[in-house]
Design a binder for this molecule. Sequence first.
Ligand code: PMP
Length: 353
Amino acid sequence: MKKHNFSAGPSILAQEVIKKAADAVLNLNDSGLSLIEISHRSADFVSIMEKAQNLVKELLSVPDGYSVLFLQGGASTQFLAVAYNLLKVDGKAAYLDTGAWSAKALKEAKLFGEVEIVASSKDKNHTYIPKGYEIPADASYLHLTSNNTIFGTQIKEFPTTNVPLVCDMSSDIFSRKIDVSKFDLIYAGAQKNMGPAGTVLVIVKDEALGKSGRQIPSMLDYQVHASKDSMFNTPPVFAIYTSMLTLEWVKALGGIDAIEKINEEKAALLYNEIDNNPHFNGVANKEDRSLMNVTFTLADESEKELFDSLAKEAGLSGINGHRSVGGYRASIYNAMPIESVQALVDVMKKLNK
Ligand code: PMP
C-alpha cells in the first residue's frame, strides 16, 4: 500500500514525476540510452537544462537580469557561498534568526565578516516570526529564511528595504507567489518542492555579483556558474531532470496561482482540526503558521501510543516532529494530495470521539 508521505525532506514528489524519472533512467526519450549515462554536453541534456531553467523563469516570472543556476552542495553550501559572493570585504551582513537553518546560515557568514542579527525568535523556541526590526542601512544584504521547516513558521510579508534581500526558500519555493524582483538572491535545496536531493536552485541578480572585493574559488563563484549556463562542471543530471519534470507538473496544474490555492486549502483543513480538536495544540503563532510544515503536539502526552498506532494503521508516514520541537510535524508540500491531509485529519478525529 502506498503510504501518505508527510516527510519533511527529502519528501513527497508527484507519482507521475517519479514514474517518468524512472522511465528516463532506463531509456531517455527512446534514445536507447539512460539519462544517467549520457554526456551532460549532449543535445539531449543541454535541452533538459534549458527547459528546467526556463520553467523556473516562467513559473516565478523571473525578471530579465537574473541567472537561474542548478548547483550542488545543497542549501548548506549556499550559506557560505552567499557570504563569499555578496558580503563586502570590511562589510557587514544582516540576518533574521528564525530558527536552526537561519542560525546555520549566519554561522557561516561570520567566517567572512561582521554579522548583525536584526531580530531573533529564539526566546520562544522560534514559534513566531519577528517583525518591525530595524535593518542597518549599510549592510551588504539582509538574509531571511522564508519558511522554517523545523518549527513550522513562515514569513508572510517580506520587508521593504533598500538593503539587498537574500532568501533561503528551501522549504516553500514554488508553493506561493513571490516577487523575485524584491530579492538579489534566492536559493532552495531541491528536495522539498522541486525534486530529489542533489541539486540546489539559485536565482541571482547578475548585477549583484562581482562586487564583494573577494577572490572566490571557482566552484563557489556564482559568476563562474552563470557565465557557463550552470554547466561549469558536471551538473547533477538526475536531480535536474526530475526537477524539470516537477516544474512541468506544476505548470500543467495551472502554475503557482493554482498550487498556492490548493496549498491554502490543505493547510486550512489541517489547522482547522488542530484548532477545534481539544486533543491537539498548534506549535506556531497563528499569524506566522507555515502552509508547508504543520507542527502540533498532543494536549495529553499519554495519548501518544494510541495516536501513533492509529496513524500507522492509516498508512501515515513521517509525522514525527523534529527532535528540537517534539510532538508532530506534517509536511504538506506541493505534491501532497488533499486526500492524504484528510487521512491525517480523520486519524486526529478518532481521538476526539
Ligand atoms: N534551509 C532550510 C530552510 C532547510 O529546510 C534545509 C534542509 N531541510 C536546509 C536549508 C539545508 O538544506 P541541505 O540539506 O540541502 O543543505
